[in-house]
Ligand binder design. Structure first.
Ligand SMILES: [Zn+2]
Length: 217
């Protein structure tokens, strides 16, 4: 348990000039010693602990017990307290399947399988292949939602981020030997996964990606 002041309350609408905070309790999932994640890491010669970067411990959430307010550099106790929880859905899902690789969860794995199919390469075979597949899966998902939200790849603002994400995904796909218009195929897979809770205009997304591919760069 450690005390944290600031951060979350800062900059909230109507809270200008003040910061909320309090004691903070972080929750970690322990994947266990059996996977030998620590022994096989570069930290093998040091003791393992919850903040070790070997991957054995995964922070899945965080409670901040809000009880202080900081105004003009002065910290005061608040009249009413609350608990502010923050957690990562994908990290919690990884803990649920007890696998430290968050790309194995239902929200990612079908996308990885699609990339395996397109590249005829195996996820986990080597570091370069695995990293490339993770980047493609992550960026393709972000781009699908951006375009689904009406963002058009361009040279400014949100469009610029969209364009950069597509570009990096294309570079990683080329490393895997995947050919043209692969993102359009992956969009369909992403729509299959998320369509039930968040319908995505796949036709628009496909058109947008094809256009970007033609004007690639
Ligand atoms: Zn460790």
């Amino acid at each position: 348990m450690r005390k944290k002041i600031g951060g979350r309350g800062q900059g909230c609408a109507g809270h200008a000039g003040r910061e909320l905070g309090g004691p903070d309790s972080e929750m970690f999932w322990d994947f266990g010693a059996g996977l030998k994640l620590h022994e096989n890491s570069q930290w093998a010669n040091e003791p393992c602990h919850v903040n070790c970067d070997c991957g054995r411990f995964l922070e899945i959430g965080n409670n901040v017990f809000m009880e202080y307010v900081k105004r003009a550099g002065k910290i005061e106790k608040m009249a009413t307290h609350n608990v502010d929880f923050g957690g990562g859905l994908e990290r919690m899902a990884a803990a649920t399947i007890n696998d430290p690789d968050a790309f194995k969860i239902d929200l990612f794995w079908p996308i990885i399988e699609k990339i395996e199919q397109l590249s005829k390469k195996k996820y986990g075979k080597d570091r370069k292949t695995t990293t490339a597949m993770r980047v493609i899966a992550d960026h393709a998902r972000s781009v699908t939602f951006l375009i689904g939200d009406g963002v058009v790849p361009s040279n400014k603002d949100r469009g610029y981020f969209c364009r950069r994400l597509i570009r990096r995904a294309v570079v990683k796909a080329q490393e895997l030997g995947i050919g043209d218009n692969f993102l359009a195929g992956i969009a369909g897979k992403i729509s299959d996964i998320y369509g039930g809770v968040c319908p995505l205009p796949v036709q628009t997304i496909n058109r947008s990606w094809k256009r970007k591919k033609q004007n690639s760069g």
